[in-house]
Design a protein around this ligand. Sequence first.
Ligand SMILES: *[C@@H]1O[C@H](CO)[C@@H](O)[C@H](O)[C@H]1NC(C)=O
Ligand SMILES: *[C@@H]1O[C@H](CO)[C@@H](O)[C@H](O)[C@H]1NC(C)=O
Length: 173
Amino acid sequence: MASSTFFFSFFSYFLLVLAAAASPENYLHLRFFQHERILGVANATVVLSVNADNSGLATGFGNIVAYDNALRETTDLRAPIIGHSQGLGIGSDRSGATGFTAFSMVFTGGRYNGSSLDIQGIFISQPLLETVSERAIVGGTGRFRGARGYLLSQEIVLTPETLTGQLDAFIKF
Ligand SMILES: *[C@@H]1O[C@H](CO)[C@@H](O)[C@H](O)[C@H]1NC(C)=O
Ligand SMILES: *[C@@H]1O[C@H](CO)[C@@H](O)[C@H](O)[C@H]1NC(C)=O
């Protein structure tokens, strides 16, 4: 418990430093790492809700996935969870290369505990690793009330069970 308290204090400081170093356009820049247990493995954080094209793939045209992925301050799976990305993806591209996503980043720890950011837009899934997707920040709650901006994300580590993404949120109020 003591170490987790320390972590959250450190995390708050980290976010403050990033806030102070806002980009030239006056966006608040926050970085998070998203940890997904991939579709089909035990305790997956992504499930296929509609399998319209019978491919069984998240990206199949017409397919719908729901997800509840963990957010952490680092790429380390043992680091404390500071929130979750909760929402859905729809295979909205006949080629299967991209999909439409709508989700909330719901914070349960750190400086933004109790607040959330709402994201909407196209996720590029091919190639999966190191492809940057830009999605719109369309709103938020709590400390992020009235937020606008953009989210840059890229998947950086894939194992047989996990997928780690780097999320960079650029926020204006
Ligand atoms: C899945 O979750 C259950 C319940 O929390 C846990 O006991 C089990 O070890 C987990 N399995 C894997 C493969 O993570
Ligand atoms: C987050 O906020 C909730 C509600 O105020 C509180 O119960 C919880 O302990 C907080 N979590 C952390 C990690 O600070």
